[in-house]
Write a protein that binds this ligand. Structure first.
Ligand code: 26V
Length: 808
């Protein structure tokens, strides 16, 4: 390479040589012309070589062993950036950093320009990404299947306090991590009609078909033990250019099919939008389900020959109901193409699928208008009727009454008829799991009560987890180094081996080091926020953080109202000894979700007023950080002191941010909801701030006729804060802006903000007291780190592997 590098700059190491060679021969730039994106691409392509070799070895190994494979079907994968993850899991960070440094390039700088792959909305998608990493780390042969959205999650800009959604062009510089597999392509049909044939077979004459092409991304496990495949489908037209139309000069007509096909995999639907373009969403679900099931069946036949052994060699997990049509698709392939009888096909199908439920919110349970389903998937509709007949026969046989039959049916007959995807997934799976203990209990008591009575062994719990590689080692190298120094390296391979750290909780010298790490992380975040948004915050203040999708049930509004109440108190009593706090918010609102967007505006309005008020002497700062994504979370979480997990009890299925914060030494203020309950059990009730109604109490209050107006009138602090917001104190430019939002609390308050306010505010003041006793605070924070290791996604995946998939 001496001919390329300018004189005197011959690369110092073989790795540097390799990067430079890639830069020149693959990217086509010399060292002088190379821009940061070129260096990023050259680095990724160099690291990739090692990844690819391990990837192939992993595939060969699974094949040689005839191993059972796990297939994780998910419409969302929030994988974020991959370079740091791959380097760290391959133990190449130092070598690559040095190689780049010898070329005058800063690794941290190019890591920072890698696009954040945001093919998901929130927790469900990030969970899928953590699971992919853990499955590779545990050496499980596994494939993730999803959609390669050209535009994933939107980029959020804040204009004058309002959210503006912009398309995120994450593929604009190409994607060096992905590999097109043009040979792995399947037809996916829609519409048309079902006809009988002479041989007694059923034939679906499809109305239109598109091609699904596989695009593979390697998922590197810890210590590079195994590299699995994330297979994302992209849609193409079967007949990309209609030449006759083209020759007639109808250029648009010639390309219309291509455009129509590509539209299928263009955008990610906001999962909490009630007006998601119904038909396109159903098409997406079927498109990716069909391609994935065809691929799984093809692979099984190729390796094992006999479709009857499918469930011995394949475990398919449905990540929520989005891929639930896969149940009918597998039935179709087994019955129509592999000539199995219906009952045998049904046994194989149920033995193969598992289904994970991620929400109990009724508005989030998928169902499709029957006419739409029938028009798009006529053969599947027939099969669903047949499955339903069998299901309801079984239910009748156990003595189910009409009410129970109506609840169990795959078809919702109340009002206009709809196909219930959760019931289909439940019926078609041998395992149905919730994602935290409380959530699983509530599944049994509420949405699935009748199905649970019919199949009492089917529902089980798998409490969520997070990968400690990304959410401790990579995002918090300072804390990782300190822990290694204190308790050795065992926790790197077994997160529960963090436990001995608890013995250092009261050790003043250790506390000091622990606090210094947190302080450095806070200083780094403060610098980042200054660069990003011109925000000035004091790293000595308590960083109080709520970052997650904006949703009423998550109650960002409760936090903002309490912030306003605190602001009011500081103004009234500036002489008191207030704990300096920085309130940080971040999160995206679905574009059609009016109240969520208004809550963002309110956070920004409150921030503007509070931050510019000299009367509070900087004791309180409020900021809404734009464009929340995985990469921003990796910066904020290590710098947090207080983690806000304050959903209305019974509504957050699990939460996973709660685990990430605790692992990074933040204390939690939270309700007894989702996994918070189990976090309390693990870290100890003395090391977490629990407040508010329990799920049972919420249900009871609602049943008894909750009167929020009376509650508000009984709480002067709350009433004062609400009237300030409603009267326009924070929105002088539009005094009525929050009338409706606040009025809704008096008139309904479904999410019980008023009921929990006093308890929340008192808990916050108690947290202030803890902060004042810094030895106590640090001890509690250290115990959180030490005891939260159970929430590793390795533990979660081991449970799925053993109890559901029959592997390990
Ligand atoms: C979907 C919808 C759609 C309609 C309007 C309201 C709404 C609200 C939420 C959702 C999300 C459904 C699925 C989901 O993302 N669940 C999340 O899954 C995480 C991983 O298990 C879990 O930690 C979160 O608590 C849960 O909300």
């Amino acid at each position: 390479m001496a001919t390329i590098a300018p004189a005197g700059q011959t690369p110092a190491t073989p790795l540097a040589d390799a990067i430079l060679d890639t830069l020149v021969h693959r990217i086509g730039k010399d060292q002088k012309a190379a821009r940061p994106h070129d260096w990023l691409a050259a680095t990724i392509q160099t690291v990739r070589n090692d990844v690819i070799e391990r990837w192939m070895a992993s595939t060969r190994d699974a094949h040689a062993k005839g191993a059972k494979r796990v297939y994780y079907l998910s419409l969302e994968f929030l994988i974020g950036r991959l370079l740091r993850d791959a380097l760290s899991n391959l133990d190449q960070t130092k070598a690559i950093a040095e190689a780049l440094a010898s070329l005058g390039v800063d690794l941290a700088e190019i890591e920072e320009i890698e696009p954040d792959a945001a093919l998901g909305n929130g927790g469900l998608g990030r969970l899928a990404a953590c699971f992919m990493e853990s499955m590779a780390s545990l050496d499980l042969p596994a494939y993730g299947y999803g959609i390669r959205y050209v535009n994933g999650m939107f980029r959020q800009r804040i204009d004058d306090g309002f959210q503006v959604e912009l398309p995120e062009n994450w593929l604009q510089h190409g994607n060096p991590w992905e590999f097109e597999r043009r040979e792995s392509a399947y037809f996916v049909g829609f519409g048309g009609e079902v006809v009988g044939t002479d041989t007694g077979h059923v034939h679906w004459k499809v109305g239109e078909a598109v091609e699904a092409m596989a695009v593979d991304t390697p998922m590197v496990g810890w210590r590079g033990k195994r590299v699995n495949t994330l297979r994302l489908w992209t849609a193409r037209s079967l007949d990309p250019i209609k030449l006759d139309a083209f020759n007639r000069g109808d250029f648009q007509g010639a390309l219309a099919d291509q455009l129509r096909a590509e539209t299928l995999t263009r955008v990610l639907y906001p999962n909490d939008s009630t007006e998601a373009g119904q038909e396109l969403r159903l098409r997406q679900e079927y498109f990716f389900s069909s391609a994935s099931i065809q691929d799984i069946v093809r692979r099984h036949i190729q390796y094992f020959g006999d479709i009857r052994t499918l469930s011995d060699k394949a475990a398919i997990q449905l990540n929520d109901t989005h891929p639930a049509v896969s149940v009918a698709e597998l039935m179709r392939l087994l019955v129509d193409f592999h000539d199995l009888g219906f009952d045998e096909a049904w046994d194989i199908t149920r033995a193969t699928f598992g289904y994970t439920n991620h929400t109990l919110l009724p508005e989030a349970l998928e169902s499709w208008p029957l006419p739409l389903f029938e028009r798009l998937l006529p053969r599947h509709m027939q099969l669903i009727y047949a499955i339903n007949a069998k299901l309801l026969r079984e239910a009748r046989a156990t003595g189910a009454d009409d009410r129970a039959i109506a609840a169990i049916s795959l078809i919702d007959e109340g009002g206009s008829r709809r196909v219930r995807m959760a019931n289909l997934a439940f019926a078609g799976a041998h395992s149905v799991n919730g994602v935290a203990a409380l959530h699983t209990d509530l599944m049994k008591q509420t949405v699935f009560a009748d199905l649970h009575r019919l199949y009492p062994d089917r529902i089980n719990n798998k409490t969520n987890g997070i990968t400690p590689r990304r959410w401790l080692q990579q995002c918090n190298p300072g804390l990782t180094a300190l822990i290694r120094e204190a308790v050795g390296d065992a926790f790197l391979d077994d997160t529960e081996a963090l436990e001995p750290l608890a013995a250092h909780a009261e050790d003043a010298a250790f506390q000091e080091k622990f606090a210094a790490v947190k302080r450095a992380n806070k200083a780094a975040l403060a610098q980042h926020l200054k660069d990003l948004m011109g925000l000035r915050i004091d790293p000595a203040a308590m960083f109080d953080v709520q970052i997650k999708r904006i949703h009423e049930y998550k109650r960002q509004l409760l936090n903002i109202i309490e912030t306003v109440a605190l602001y009011d108190q500081i103004r009234s009593h500036p002489e008191l000894d207030w704990v300096p706090r920085v309130k940080l918010f971040a999160g995206k609102a679905a574009s059609s979700y009016h109240n969520a967007k208004l809550i963002i505006k309110l956070a920004n309005d409150v921030a503007r007023r509070v931050n510019s008020d000299p009367a509070i002497g900087g004791l309180l700062k409020v900021a809404f950080v734009p464009n929340y994504n995985v990469s921003l979370a990796e910066k904020i979480i290590p710098a947090a002191d207080l983690s806000e997990q304050i959903s209305t009890a019974g509504m957050e299925a699990s939460g996973t941010g709660n685990m990430k914060f605790a692992l990074n030494g933040a204390l939690t203020i939270g309700t007894l909801d989702g996994a918070n309950v189990e976090i309390r059990d693990r870290v100890g009730a003395d090391n977490i701030m629990i407040f508010g109604l329990t799920a049972d109490e919420v249900a009871k209050r609602r049943a008894d006729g909750y009167n929020p107006r009376a509650v508000i009138e009984g709480s002067p602090e709350l009433a004062q804060a609400l009237s300030a917001i409603a009267s326009g104190v924070f929105s002088p430019d539009d005094r009525d802006r929050y009338k409706g939002l606040i009025g809704g609390l008096y008139d309904g308050d479904w999410f019980m903000l008023a009921a929990d306010f006093d308890s929340y505010a008192a808990a916050q003041r108690q947290v202030d007291g803890w902060w004042d006793d810094r030895g106590l605070w640090n001890a509690m924070a250290i115990r959180n780190v030490a005891r939260v290791g159970w929430f590793s996604s390795d533990r979660t995946i081991r449970e799925y592997a053993k109890d559901i998939w029959g592997v390990l």
